[in-house]
Ligand binder design. Structure first.
Ligand SMILES: [Zn+2]
Length: 175
């Protein structure tokens, strides 16, 4: 069994928040690209709290699924298990930098959101009481602030893991 799958072969000690292509899949004639929408420095600052992450998931998904262009491009939006960001899978192979405007719009939407969280009902959600809109707004505003002022040379390209070996602390599955 392959223990070090591709997404774990990136050196997580050197990741900064940003928007990164993490894999490209071909299905017949079609291409799907997975992006890591990283919000937090892995292992160096608190991850997003589960309830805030859940609310961010609902609200960003709602925004993207209603967007005139991106609703047809988006295949998947969902949280990383480590709670430091989201996976965004889209059709084709856009550049990471091309996702910046729509993500800024989506996170700005969350940062100003008021009212009921869409889909937070027992009919539509598997854990509808686990939401935290105030913290989701705070996290969204913080991410917008970060993306707006970050160095474009760092937020779209993952650091190369050329020297990475299992001895360097790479994450791998237990069999
Ligand atoms: Zn839910």
């Amino acid at each position: 069994m392959e223990k070090l799958i591709p997404s774990f072969s990136i050196d997580h000690t050197r990741i900064v928040p940003g928007i990164f292509e993490s894999r490209v899949d071909t299905l017949g004639n079609e291409t799907a690209t997975t992006f890591d929408i990283r919000m937090k420095l892995p292992n160096q600052e608190p991850a997003v709290a589960p309830a805030a992450m859940h609310t961010l998931e609902h609200l960003v998904a709602t925004y993207l699924r209603n967007h005139e262009y991106w609703k047809d491009q988006l295949l998947y939006w969902g949280p990383m298990g480590c709670l430091t960001g989201f996976y965004m899978i889209v059709k084709g192979r856009p550049k990471a930098s091309e996702l910046l405007p729509i993500l800024l719009d989506a996170f700005r939407y969350v940062s100003a959101y008021q009212g009921d969280v869409p889909g937070a009902t027992p009919q539509n959600c598997g854990n509808y009481l686990m939401h935290d809109l105030p913290m989701a707004r705070w996290e969204a505003a913080r991410y917008v602030e970060y993306l707006t002022h970050a160095d474009p040379a760092k937020i779209f390209t993952y650091p190369k893991a050329e020297a990475l070996t299992l001895d360097d602390g790479a994450v791998f599955f237990d069999s």
